[in-house]
Every structure is written in C-alpha cells, then in structure tokens.
Design a protein around this ligand. Structure first.
Ligand code: PLP
Length: 453
C-alpha cells in the first residue's frame, strides 16, 4: 500500500499503489488517481460513485455493440462451457476458428483467402511484418524488406508495430523505430494543406512524397506500405477523396504490398463494413481487431490474399514449418464472440446505423465550427473529430495541448467520455447509438465548449 497518497484504504489508493497504467503519465497518476469504471449498459458506463457517462469513444474505439450485449455474453458462456480453450498449432483446429475464418474471407472487401489469428492489433501488425520478411526471403528477394507507414499513423506498441506507428511518444526513449521502417506524410489536409492548394492537389503531393521516398530508398528494397483507411489515434485524419487512388497507383507501379490496418475502421465504423470499401482500397492484407469482438475478448485477425500467402506457404514447406504462432491465436472464446458480434452487426443493421446516425452526429457537431475555438469538425460514418484552436486564422494553439485536455475534462464532468489527442477531440461512440443519443452527445459537447471558451 502506498502510504503517501490521499486516498486512504480505497480502490483508488490500491490502484495508485500497484497498477501501472498504459498511456498514462505514471507520476501524475500517483497524484490524481484513477477513474474507476464499475459497469456498463448500452452506450453507457458507470463509475464507482454511480455516475453515468456516455462512452463517446466505445472504450478504445472498440465496443461496437455496447457494454452489455446479452447475445455476446451468451456466446461467451456457451463456448466456455463447451471448449474454453484450444489452439491451432500442428494442424489442430476448432469450430469457432474455422467458421470465423470462413466468414472473414467472405465479407472481405476484395478477394482474400486466408486468415491468421492473433490477440491484439499490435501483435497482428508485428506478425504481418514478420510475414513480409519471410515472404521476401521466400521470393528470393531478401533485399525487398523495408516498409513505409505514415506520420500520425497508429499501428500499436510492440516493437515492430510501434516502429510502424508514426507518433513521437511511441518512439521517444524506446529507441525506436527499427531500421528499415520509414514514414511518409499523413493526408491531413486541414493541418498540412498549403495556402491555395486544393484537396486534390494535396493528395497528389502526398503521393509524390511517397514516390520520392520509394525512389530514394530504391523500389527493389520496399516490400509494403501500411495505412489505416481513417487514422484514429493520430487525430481522426480523414483522407481526401482521391488520396488512396493516387497512393495505390504508386504502390502498383513499384510492386509494393498494401497492408490496410482496419483495427478501428473495420466492422462498420466508416459506415461500410470496412474502411477499405469506403476509400476503394484494394489491400493485400487486412489487420482486424477491436470491434471484431466488440473488445469483449482480446482478439485480432490478419486476412490476406493468395499473392501474400502462397510464397509464405511454400517457404514453410521447404523449412518444414511456419515458425510463428500464438498460444491464444484464434482462441475459441474470442472466435465465438466474434461470430456472434458479426451476427448482431448484420441482423441489427449496425453498419447502416453507423452511416445514418453518424451523419446526424457529424452534422450537429459541424454547427460548432462557429465557435472561436473550433478550427475544423471532420469525420466519416460514426467517427469524428473536432480540432480546437486559439487562433482560427493561423490554426495555432498557444497553450499547447491544453484546450483538448480542458475540453476532455469538461465533457467528462458533463457525463461524456471522450478522448483528446493534443487539441483534437475525438468521437467514436458505439455503433448502436440512436439519433437521440447523438443529440445528447452534441448537447454535452456544446455545453462543455461554452465552459472552455
Ligand atoms: N492499429 C490501430 C489502427 C489501432 O487503432 C490500434 C489501437 O488503438 C492498434 C493497431 C493496436 O491495437 P492493440 O492496442 O490491440 O495492440
């Protein structure tokens, strides 16, 4: 027990004493303590004082069907009673993994053929990079192994995934990124578009910068390009319309694979089943997690086409085994929940709901652009962001990272959990959101903004 804090013998004190939180200032946590969430219901969660919040971020962009969906709980307990664990090493398999692989291939936005199961978004991205390297060796092109992702991109925190991530605090003091992983510019038109530059011209510049990087390193050394259809943790960056078309033309020209990180976008977030559909991306590999199980169980999956899989399969044949896999990969509990989650999304029309209610929420939030503090409101489907600024003309923020933080605190006080990335305030509510609940999110946001102004 930590005797130094002011929380006495409480769960808060014990949290401070023994719980090292991810993505938290570890010293500051000792001063302010945790916010303890006790239970969830629909789009709401309740803290240990009984206060109710709208979970405006679906937890971590992930609880699509809400916080107490009985069908998922039943799928979980039924599977636990039948077979709580099995694996897929050495030709072993089980029903939930077979059925889920089948369904993921079936709903993929482009022809895909195989699914490899992992446990988190980070682990899936690390695994894809290993597969990229393995494949390069299989093809007799060991030099074609470098990869390109984007500044502001988020792909997780394990060593390769954090290297792919293009955010400074994931690299600083961790001695990352790994060599051979490069970052090109983000398609953040509002922030990085030049005076007089159209979105189309900006998209062209993004593609030209990518091509210049490929040429500088040598196209015969670059194996893959990684991108989220919509950047989430990097600030909900929605790409200009022609961006991915131009990027894919460059990749095709240089025989570079496209890895679509659909960890946030997948399963309806953009108003289509996948962000790749929204932006006409034709990936070779898709990384799925979070909403695949509505995060009731940690789970992730890598969906790939034959172009990616075949050389890897041949190499495993010549070596004798594919020397990679996870104890929990394709876990029956996760796979069973994912199957039921998919059924709920389909049967309740949650993709369409995200499209309709998302448009409503974004239209209402857009009215806040009149505020002197709001530089831009953007989004697609049921994901949105509000960019806070002190000076709209220069888009500058004089109190760095404070506006977003202040807004976050005000929203939380008013009963809405949000997430700020610096001065970008994100909205990513559960896919089950109703229009009336979207209105409530808007009202709380507007009230909080007035308090911060
Ligand atoms: N990829 C994307 C696009 C993400 O948003 C995240 C997490 O936010 C990850 C990967 C990493 O997932 P995890 O936290 O499950 O490792």
């Amino acid at each position: 027990m930590n005797e130094m804090n002011n929380f006495g013998d409480t769960p808060e004190a014990r949290d401070i004493a023994h719980h090292f939180h991810g993505y938290t200032n570890a010293r500051r946590h000792q001063e302010i303590g945790p916010m303890i969430i006790e239970r969830g219901e629909g789009i709401h969660v309740f803290d240990n004082a009984g206060k109710r919040y709208i979970e405006g971020m679906s937890g971590l962009w992930s609880v699509g069907v809400g916080f107490n969906e009985p069908r998922l709980l039943k799928a979980l307990s039924d599977q636990a009673a039948k077979l709580p664990y099995y694996h897929n090493f050495g030709h072993k398999s089980h029903g939930p993994a077979i059925d889920l692989a089948d369904q993921l291939v079936e709903i993929a936005p482009v022809p895909m053929s195989k699914v490899f199961f992992t446990n988190s978004g980070s682990e899936a991205n690390d695994t894809v990079l290993k597969m990229v390297w393995y494949r390069a060796n299989a093809l007799g092109k060991p030099g074609k192994r470098k990869v390109i992702s984007r500044h502001r991109g988020y792909h997780g925190v394990t060593i390769a995934a954090a290297s792919l991530t293009g955010l400074p605090y994931n690299h600083r003091s961790f001695d990352l990124p790994l060599p051979g992983i490069f970052h090109t510019m983000a398609p953040h038109y509002w922030k990085d578009g030049r005076d007089g530059e159209s979105e189309e011209q900006f998209a062209t510049r993004c593609a030209e910068e990518l091509e210049a990087l490929i040429q500088r390193e040598g196209a015969d050394t670059i194996a893959a390009f990684w991108a989220e259809p919509v950047m989430g943790a990097g600030g909900v960056v929605v790409p200009p319309k022609t961006y991915f078309e131009k990027i894919q033309a460059v990749l095709a020209k240089h025989d570079i694979l496209f890895v679509a990180d659909e960890v946030i976008c997948g399963f309806g977030r953009t108003g289509e089943m996948f962000g790749s559909t929204t932006y006409d991306i034709r990936p070779d590999v898709m990384v799925l997690s979070k909403q695949i199980t509505s995060s009731y169980v940690p789970f992730s999956a890598i969906v790939m086409n034959d172009r990616f899989f075949d050389p890897i399969a041949d190499e495993s044949n010549s070596i004798g085994t594919f020397g990679h896999g996870y104890t929990g990969g394709g876990h029956p509990l996760g796979a069973a929940v994912a199957l039921e989650n998919l059924a709920v999304i389909r049967e309740r029309g949650l993709v369409e709901n995200a499209r309709e209610v998302g448009a409503h929420l974004r239209a209402r939030l857009a009215t806040l652009a009149d505020s002197p503090l709001v530089g831009e409101v953007r989004g697609v489907g049921l994901i949105a962001a509000m960019e806070l600024v002190n000076d709209k003309a220069t888009k500058s923020v004089t109190t760095v990272s404070q506006l977003g933080g202040m807004m976050n605190v005000a929203m939380q006080r008013n009963g809405l959990i949000s997430r700020n990335m610096g001065d970008t305030v994100a909205f990513c509510p559960p896919l089950i959101l109703t229009k009336a609940q979207a209105d409530e999110i808007f009202e709380i946001t507007a009230k909080s903004l007035r308090e911060v102004e």
